[in-house]
Design a protein around this ligand. Structure first.
Ligand SMILES: Cc1ncc(COP(=O)(O)O)c(C=O)c1O
Length: 397
């Protein structure tokens, strides 16, 4: 028998910032027989996952579940609420904000892109300035990525809402929470967000394949006259079928089983505890990074991410070579630097189904990898993280 590749023993450490490790309990629930999506049992499942998603988004309004990746939910947000030629204001926080901007342009929207250095979040003061100058209210939407997965920087959505309200500007607020929902505190209703976009494969602990829109009454009203062409993504078709827990086309039934279980797990732990766990792991990671003598990409402490940490490589050293060494020797995948940051950073995902010991393993793999790849660093980052984690565990005992 020809053996093409030997299988490494132990579980692969999937420490990219999504897709994340899917808990066994979720995998077991996905592994159930597929049921009739128009039968009586399905309606109960549909209603329960929709109710659970509202709780996760912290909204009383509608949530739409698409059998699509996050990119589909981006498109759904734009095509439902906007018309050809509409102006939208977007903030260049990094790779994903740039992709969303490119999509908006392809769809025929006029994007005003506030430039950024990929080390900071969206600037609420700059949003206020642009909107204050737009007395004709030509800007129809402000679009922001809550947690920029390329950089590990969190934008302050409440501050952006405040900036918009301060200018009494009627633009819709659209927020991408693909790498923050279920890991960083997020409040659709309280923060006055009109469309929240999200995905299944990160803090929601599912495999890729589902994505979401949470939609305010104002966005729904805008959709009535919005002129961009849409069919598959139409909110109205979804909302009408969802009333009874069903979908206008075949839903991803088995992923919905998984979603049901993942929501149960998040609510059993308690959302505040989930967010605190992510904050703790972000802090422990940054302490390790600094102890190694390396630099965290995110510049402002108030914008640090609990989902991931992007680490800058010392000048002249390749992040991709480091990641390759770590994959080869320790069977761990870390996130790569994207576009402008290619080969300059590596990203440690610490979100989803993740605990103190997962972090210890992850950081150990990084520290050993730094040594093997010949990256100049100081030893002991793992020890510093361990000290912080044990201090935190002691404080909560
Ligand atoms: C913040 C953010 N937005 C959008 C996307 C695109 O989502 P998808 O790759 O699921 O289409 C991603 C994917 O990682 C993301 O992290």
């Amino acid at each position: 028998m020809i053996r093409l590749q030997s299988h490494p023993s132990g579980r692969h450490f999937l420490q990219i910032p999504g897709p994340t490790n899917v808990p066994d309990r979720v995998l077991r629930s996905i592994d159930n027989v597929t049921i009739d999506h128009r039968g009586p049992e399905f309606g109960v499942l549909g209603r329960e996952v929709l109710a659970g998603m509202k709780k996760l988004f912290k909204t009383e309004s509608h949530v739409i579940i698409y059998p699509a990746s996050g990119t589909g939910a981006w498109e759904a947000a734009l095509v439902n609420a906007l018309s050809p030629g509409d102006r939208v204001l977007m903030a260049e926080t990094g790779h994903f904000a740039t992709l969303w901007k490119k999509m908006a342009e392809r769809l025929g929207l006029q994007v005003q892109f506030m430039p950024g250095d990929w080390r900071h979040g969206a600037d609420a003061d700059q949003v206020a300035q642009v909107l204050a100058a737009d007395s004709a209210h030509a800007i129809k939407a402000v679009c922001v990525v809550h947690n920029e997965t390329a950089t590990g920087v969190v934008s302050n959505v409440a501050a952006i809402r405040k900036a918009m309200d301060g200018c009494r500007h009627p633009a819709l607020l659209m927020v991408d929470t693909i790498s923050s929902l279920g890991s960083i505190d997020y409040r659709h209703d309280e923060w006055g967000v009109d469309v929240t976009v999200s995905g299944s494969q990160k803090g929601v602990m599912l495999p890729p394949g589902l994505s979401f829109n949470a939609v305010s009454a104002k966005a729904l009203a805008a959709a009535q006259s919005a002129g961009l062409r849409r069919s598959y993504w139409d909110w109205q078709d979804m909302i009408a079928a969802n009333e009874t827990g069903y979908f206008p086309y075949t839903p991803a039934t088995n992923l919905l089983y998984g979603l049901h279980t993942a929501l149960e797990m998040l609510f059993e732990e308690g959302l505040d505890n989930v967010f605190a766990r992510h904050r703790r792991h972000g802090e422990a990671t940054r302490r390790a990074v600094r102890a190694w003598g390396l630099e965290v990409l995110c510049k402002k402490p108030e914008e640090y991410s609990g989902s991931l940490t992007a680490v800058l490589m010392p000048e002249g050293h390749s992040a991709d070579a480091l990641r390759a060494v770590i994959l080869k020797h320790f069977n761990m995948s870390l996130g790569q630097g994207l576009t402008n940051l290619k080969d300059k950073v590596f990203r440690i995902g610490h979100l989803g189904d993740f605990n103190d010991l997962t972090l210890c393993g992850t950081l150990s793999g990084v520290e050993m990898g730094l040594g093997l790849a010949g990256v100049p660093h100081k030893k002991g980052g793992v020890q510093v993280a361990l000290a912080y984690l044990s201090e935190q565990a002691g404080a909560s005992a």
